[in-house]
Design a protein around this ligand. Structure first.
Ligand code: ATP
Ligand code: MG
Ligand code: FE
Length: 333
């Protein structure tokens, strides 16, 4: 079974061919980051335009790299939400046209399910499992009792983790998106400023990062007024220590509350080295009988291979869309 995956929810145009939901034959990712950098964030209109320009080439290139013809495909899976409406529509329309022209079934995929199923390329999934999904727009703990079944145990009440990285990075004068650069700086500094650990003591699985962001901004502004310069490395290390501690502790607590066999960390922020290292240490120390799966770096950020992997599961369960499929920018589990 060969699934063509199409992803265009934000600022990556991506098309992939995946075999049996677990073998990547191709995964073309056209990133628009350069075009958005000078605006300090993703500009929806610019994103849509890039998707239009890139989508056809990405489809052709993914088939070529996979060395297959359109006739060999089994289905087309496409992200229909959540994301930017104008960006999503380009992928959805391309997928509909491609499915119709080649007489293929069309499978609608939730982008966040895609992030979780990126873990399938590492290891087969065993249920029940717990997934921490941390990305530019989301921070949530998801309980899955079986394939394609999602129960949100908790989520952020304000900013997403990736969003907090990007906002704090802006204050530090770093370019967008700043998650990776803060991660690198953090490894050179220490947790000198010890920012608050939000909602750690509360008896729920929700998160909050806006207080941390404010504490960070206040510290920077106050020191600017006193004409002191703070160490970028220590700022980064202190910010990251707060984010990582909350994410790891709440995830471990949820994994002790629910009878899970596996833990998944997924989404763009799962590329964070500090988070990956701390999560590995804590899981092996506190939950030695549970398996931790974190997708490889290149599959943490947005890509179509993960959409095809989630699409494979939905395809088997007979989920189909027709040509009336629309983009759902606010789609949730
Ligand atoms: P969503 O998936 O919620 O719709 P998105 O698709 O825009 O949002 P992703 O592409 O999954 O988000 O992730 C992008 C985010 O990941 C950005 O906020 C970026 O700063 C962050 N990020 C990337 N690498 C790292 C890293 N090493 N450390 C921390 N954050 C990182
Ligand atoms: Mg992106
Ligand atoms: Fe994403």
């Amino acid at each position: 079974e060969l699934i063509l995956g199409i992803e265009s929810s934000c600022d990556e145009t991506s098309v992939a061919v995946v075999k049996d939901g677990k073998i990547i034959l191709s995964n073309i990712v056209a990133s628009q980051i350069k075009s958005h950098k000078r605006f300090g964030g993703v500009v929806p209109e610019v994103a849509s335009r890039h998707h239009v320009e890139q989508i056809t080439r990405c489809i052709e290139q993914s088939l070529q790299e996979a060395q297959i013809t359109k006739k060999e495909l089994t289905a087309v899976a496409v992200t229909y939400g959540p994301g930017l409406v104008g960006a999503l529509l380009i992928g959805v329309q391309a997928a509909k046209a491609f499915a119709w022209a080649n007489d293929l079934p069309l499978v609608p995929v939730n982008h966040m399910a895609g992030h979780i199923y990126a873990a399938r390329f590492e290891k087969p999934l065993q249920f029940p499992l717990l997934a921490l999904v941390v990305s530019g727009g989301h921070t949530e703990l998801v309980y899955m009792k079986e394939d394609a079944s999602y129960e949100v145990l908790g989520e952020t009440r304000d900013d997403a983790a990736g969003e907090a990285y990007d906002k704090v990075g802006r204050v530090m004068g770093l370019s967008y998106p700043s998650g990776k650069e803060i991660d690198q700086l953090a490894h050179l500094g220490t947790d000198r400023y010890h920012f608050p650990r939000a909602m750690l003591q509360e008896d729920n699985f929700d998160f909050s990062f806006s207080g941390l962001k404010s504490a960070f901004i206040n510290l920077v502004h106050n020191s600017e007024q006193r004409q002191e310069t703070l160490s970028q490395e220590d700022l980064a290390a202190s910010f990251q220590a707060s984010v990582v501690e909350v994410l790891v502790k709440k995830t471990i607590r949820a994994a002790k509350t629910y009878p899970v066999k596996q833990l998944i960390v997924a989404g763009g922020v799962a590329a964070n080295q500090g988070l990956r290292e701390t999560m590995k240490q804590k899981v092996s120390a506190e939950l030695p009988d549970k398996t931790l799966i974190i997708p490889p770096l290149r599959l943490c950020g947005d890509n179509a291979a993960m959409i095809a992997a989630a699409g494979h599961v939905e395809f088997i369960q007979n989920k189909r869309a027709d040509l009336a499929l629309n983009a759902c920018p606010g789609l949730s589990f």
